[in-house]
Design a protein around this ligand. Structure first.
Ligand SMILES: [Ca+2]
Length: 131
């Protein structure tokens, strides 16, 4: 009789412990929001709407250049290419300046061995046809 009271006490204590533990977890839910699903939380994501395509598209044209996963800042290679092109579009006063800007930027990417000479040519060819 004494031991059954002890057993009930232990069972209730154990249950209270687990309920307490689970309610403590419920009170502090992990706040992980990754809207674009790139593995970088929105709070740290400098590209909150990452392009996760398999290859890099420019103006809807496939460059054939393999896209990368997001870097620690939350940006894929496709995000960076699009940003580079938009920056050139914003800065250029005409089409010639725009093409020249992209040419300059892709030369930098090639020198850094981020893209090959062939990939640089592909980007420049797509951009030259943009209006
Ligand atoms: Ca992102």
């Amino acid at each position: 009789m004494h031991s059954s009271k002890l057993r009930r006490f232990l069972a209730v204590s154990a249950m209270a412990f687990f309920l307490g533990a689970s309610s403590a977890q419920a009170q502090v839910p992990p706040i992980v929001v990754d809207s674009d699903g790139d593995g970088v939380q929105d709070i740290d994501d400098q590209c909150p709407e990452s392009d996760l395509s398999a290859t890099v598209l420019i103006n809807g044209v496939n460059t054939g250049i393999q896209n990368t996963g997001a870097n620690p800042a939350g940006c894929t290679f496709a995000d960076l290419v699009v940003e580079m092109i938009e920056t050139c579009l914003d800065d250029a006063k005409n089409h010639g300046q725009f093409v020249s800007c992209v040419s300059h930027e892709t030369n930098i990417l090639k020198r850094a061995k981020t893209i090959t000479g062939k990939q640089k040519g592909k980007i420049q060819s797509i951009v030259a046809k943009m209006k």
